[in-house]
Design a protein around this ligand. Sequence first.
Ligand SMILES: *Cc1c(COP(=O)(O)O)cnc(C)c1O
Length: 479
Amino acid sequence: MASGANEVYRALPSVAEVLELEGVSRLAEIYPRERVADGVRAVLAGLRERVGTGQLDGAGLAGCVAGVAGLVERELTERVRLRLRRVVNATGVILQTNLGRAPLSSGAIEHVAEVAAGYCNLEFDLEKGERSRRDVLVEQTILQVLGIGDATVGGNEGLFGAAVVNNCAAATFLGLNTLAEGGEVVVSRGELVEIGGGFRVPEILAKSGAVLREVGTTNKTRIADYEAAIGPQTRLILRVHRSNFEIQGFTEQPSLEELAELGARAGVPVFEDQGTGCVVDLGEVGLPGQARWVRSVRSGMTLVACSGDKLLGGPQCGILVGSAGVMERIRRNPLFRALRVDKLTYAALEWTLMAYVMGREGDLPVVRMLRMPAEAVRVRCVRWAKALRTDRIEAEVVETRSVVGGGTTPGASLASFAVSLRCAGMSEAGLAAKLRGMEPPVVGRVSEGRVLLDLRTVAETEDDEVIGVLVAALGTSER
Ligand SMILES: *Cc1c(COP(=O)(O)O)cnc(C)c1O
């Protein structure tokens, strides 16, 4: 066998020989020479390996060598293909963490493009012609969205501040480190949670340099439990929004107002990791009783942290809003510099916030998807099913539930519709894989022998394109 393989190896051309082939030298007009040589080496190494493992015999290798220019071209195309790709989200999960959470609005994208293409006043005061600070750029807009930034409404001017960091995990870490390093943080046992992606409250608290002081029990924690735990070492009361699970039954948790009142009485700041950044009233879309960012900030918390790319519908970032004094301490923390965001994030966030200020939050994809009536989804599903149905493809419209996802509204779902696909002679997993292999890839949900495409999370502007791609991939009717 080994000597047989040695015979076959001799039929492999050298790198230099392949580089001189017409079909390969032509590639040097598109790719740098070094990249072409890399591609040739990779293709030859692949052939050698297949000979070595017995997958290729002499005749097979001769065939490959005859078509080696094509193999090199394919190798090069694959090597320079961008790895981060657009995906069509037909899962019905609006904030799908694996698919990048909140999509940005076209207005935000235009603003990002304009700011990114040239220079901008990121840290420059155009009026005075002096250096300024990036962290004040969106502060007033955040306070405006929350309804706490206008001196004419309640005389709050100067009472609150806001700042932006890399994500909500960073915001929480920074808040804990600034307010509680070296001291104790009082937390309910029902809130010592894991948010996802390895973000665990006890661990992040330990890393911030604070000491955890657990109170209450998993299901019940009373205001008196917090009060009893407050001592000379207490620096902070922490509240963590249970964003990805629910506790039902025999439960108790003090309201935000009760915590704020206790904090004020005991002289201890109260920090809420709110998470969702929800501004709109989800009761309007049939999800009543959901936690809102606005409500947390107005309930008297000293400091509130949330994500920019959950229900707010903006770019990935973490937003801290709190009393002016606390925000000043946060800005002075050297970690704030380490966790700062770039101009692209500010541009996308600013446009997103302005949409709320202008009452145009319906332009934000996340809000649009939340508000889309089930009937509007059904009408689109009917059109998709009609276009996709063939002799081999069974396509029908079925009722389903969309979920908000991304660690926001556990247990809550929205009535929706999906196109249910089944393909003769193909398993549901095989069909799902075929859809993921399209350009653009379509990600659906596999359920009971079918692939479900929930159109709530597919933009209407994608309908024609995706139907076209699906028809091309699945075939048209021969009837
Ligand atoms: C989502 C979430 C986080 C983490 O937010 P990232 O922006 O992903 O870092 C932290 N806390 C709560 C309560 C959350 O819901």
